[in-house]
Design a protein. Structure first.
Length: 133
């Protein structure tokens, strides 16, 4: 893992939350995107090397909607940038971590992604991200 790629925050509404984070971070949202496979709409902010991803469910039965129903709005996951996602997935599996994806899938912001089960990471949902070439 090379660095923290972004922190994901679950929100009920991008329309409400984007202006809040623009004021908070004193920067504009640089990108919004829908990821149909994940049933989520995203908004990205960058401040220096740090990125925040807001996640709004696009489906009432989506994983973000269920997360908010159970825990409320707030931090959803931390994502780490990796050079080779398949090699990192293999390494982590060999270390005993449980992957939520058998192989990388397409995610937002031009990334290949994979999640680790939070039971093996002290309750934190961890996402691996590799820039798509």
């Amino acid at each position: 893992m090379r660095k923290i790629e972004h922190i994901g925050v679950a929100v009920k509404s991008l329309a409400v939350s984007i202006p809040v984070f623009e004021k908070l971070l004193n920067t504009s949202c640089y990108k919004t995107e829908s990821v149909e496979a994940e049933k989520v709409n995203t908004a990205f902010f960058k401040k220096g090397e740090s990125k925040i991803e807001l996640l709004e469910s696009s489906d009432e039965n989506g994983v973000i909607a269920k997360f908010i129903e159970k825990k409320g709005e707030g931090m959803h996951h931390i994502a780490f940038d990796v050079e080779n996602i398949e090699a990192e997935m293999k390494r982590l599996q060999e270390e005993g971590f449980v992957l939520l994806n058998e192989k990388p899938k397409l995610g937002a912001d031009n990334k290949l992604i994979c999640f680790l089960h939070p039971k093996g990471t002290n309750g934190v949902l961890v996402e691996l991200c590799q820039e798509r070439k």
